[in-house]
Design a protein. Structure first.
Lengths: 335, 335
DNA sequence: GTGCGGATTGTAAACGATTACCGCGAATGC
DNA sequence: GCATTCGCGGTAATCGTTTACAATCCGCAC
């Protein structure tokens, strides 16, 4: 069931079959009809490897994330895939699991598969292979951390602004002892947020207290442990900003376990606005960074790079927005 | 940078290069060394399309799910992908978004890409294309709904048993008016669970009350609405079994909004044991069906089918386990 | 009748690998 | 000393497309 079989059945050459099936080149309508019918009867499906081999384009897009299990990603992947599908592209999804060697393997396979473009949102990098991809003209879109260059776009998230919004919000509510539960500081994006927190506090005339800034793991467990530690501080913080919704959920548990209440005793702010934020109790005040937007933006950026002859990359900013729900409240008068 | 370039540089033929790089065929060590060095120097990466074209195998696996955004899937995908990666397979991920035409498109693309196997967990099906895949000898693994046959395995989840465990648990706690929030009954798996609920009740000598069985959407919103309706029933149910953790979360909200408490006033059971279950307040009693297990089982089943010469499919059962947490308690003495 | 041009269609060369088959020299057996 | 075997490596066919180029057909103007 290849193009040759169709050709025989329709009594034409393989060239004509190809022309018909791809609707390019001129084919007399009656000839075309014969070809279509033959293809139909033989249940023909084109072989994309053969196609890719000769055309040099695979209609394959690579998407590399660190961990699909992180609740932030599914919506991103969904949007990305949906757009890719609309444009008849297939998606190769890989996770690095936060390991550099897996990242290397991923990129290598992308190279071998001749993907038409790669979007990546991970902190692990393999500079060598990235450069190799770039050298071979493979369009790249970095999400989170990255650069802009020829055939290289960057979807940047405005973490700094988001955290600043969070800080302004709780400061505006009268809080002064404000804690921050950071993600692993090995991650660039975590450092950015931590720095933005410190900076946000200073802007409002508050001297950050090192003891109130804890490193954690971007998980509920991490948030829980960090918060347990924070609650032992004296005087206790009256507000906690978390670098992630799930750490906030963990914090919620720790606070609950300590017999305190959110938001009456302690205000809590999350980050990302994943689905859990609206369904925790109380619902989380959080900073929205739309994963769907990011996925869609990245995919479109990739298409632009693929089609654009000028090969100019772009810097695309994802805005953040403070979503006030029930986990923050006015600070109680200092005792 | 193809095999020919390496051949020239190492002053051998392309055949020798291929033999060296694939470590099959006999090549004198010194010749091999020259080839490796040339490959290294030229930064060579094999072209998988050319490979696939001649070998007929693509080292590509298709994974089709209905919606990656459903919190049950990420862990499944992660496990599947991880295993695939270990075996040097790449993953093409597609979502059907619950639409049959997207399913058709997905399967068609799998066919064109000559994937070595497809695993699918969706309710949408395209019998025609499935059969086409099967006819072409593509191994298939169905999760959830499906059949066993030549080159066709089925990873079956024991929904019925899971629901029965849930029912037994609440009945054991003294509940008699037990409600069930079902998923959309257009889904086979939802019907199975609903039927198992009815059956479980009967086994314990309780006549199911139609008014206490509501169809919903497998989302938090759905659970919330359904529960609001349930709470208006008189006498009120004292326990609610949900067909999904997120509907249970929605139920939790509805109950809270009504000024009632879980588990004191109403006991609540979820299903799946997604991460949210342990981090809701109270933590959900739920039926665990390990998504990780399912993903791993499916992937292994696929490998078996790919390697097995006998082409025998298998039926693999995923067990369920009741996880008792804080959302269920003894029924209060009937007033 | 001849020549021209546009519309169709065919021939064959890529694309980049794998591999069946063959050739050649050296080692081995007798 | 000759045949046989084995180790190594080259030649060329093959996988299923696309596409440059050439060939053919047809209508039409002269």
């Amino acid at each position: 069931m290849n193009i040759g079989a169709i050709a025989r059945r329709a009594k034409v050459s393989t060239a004509t079959v190809s022309r018909t099936l791809n609707r390019n080149g001129a084919v007399r309508p009656e000839t075309a009809k014969r070809v279509w019918r033959a293809a139909e009867e033989l249940n023909y499906f084109p072989n994309s490897h053969a196609r890719a081999l000769v055309s040099g384009r695979s209609r394959l897009l690579g998407l590399i994330v660190s961990d699909i299990t992180n609740p932030f990603f599914p919506e991103l992947v969904r949007q990305f895939e949906s757009l890719a599908q609309q444009h008849q592209y297939d998606l190769i999804l890989t996770s690095t699991d936060y390991q550099t060697d897996r990242m290397t393997a991923c990129l290598r396979r992308m190279l071998e598969r001749k993907v038409d473009g790669v979007a990546l949102m991970t902190s692990e990098m393999d500079e060598g292979l990235i450069e190799e991809l770039s050298r071979r003209g493979v369009p790249l879109v970095f999400m989170d951390v990255g650069q802009v260059g020829p055939r290289m776009s960057h979807v940047a998230m405005d973490y700094a602004n988001g955290i600043r919004q969070a800080v302004d919000h709780v400061v505006g509510l009268g809080h002064r002892r404000i804690a921050f539960v950071s993600g692993p500081l090995s991650l660039h994006s975590a450092r950015v947020r931590r720095d933005a927190f410190v900076d946000g506090l200073r802007r409002r005339g508050i001297t950050p207290d090192k003891k109130l800034i804890l490193e954690s793991t971007h998980t509920a467990e991490g948030g829980q442990h960090a918060t347990e530690a924070l609650l032992r501080a004296r005087p206790r913080p009256t507000a906690i900003v978390c670098s992630n919704d799930w750490t906030a959920i963990g914090a919620l548990h720790a606070i609950d376990a300590a017999g305190l209440r959110v938001p009456e005793d302690i205000s809590l702010v999350g980050f990302d606005d994943t689905p859990i934020a609206s369904y925790s109790r109380p619902p989380l005040t959080t900073v929205r960074m739309s994963a769907a937007d990011i996925g869609a933006t990245a995919c479109k950026a990739l298409f632009n790079l693929i089609e654009d002859k000028k090969h100019e990359g772009a810097l695309l900013r994802i805005p953040t927005e403070l979503v006030v729900r029930g986990s923050t409240a006015r600070a109680r008068r200092a005792k």
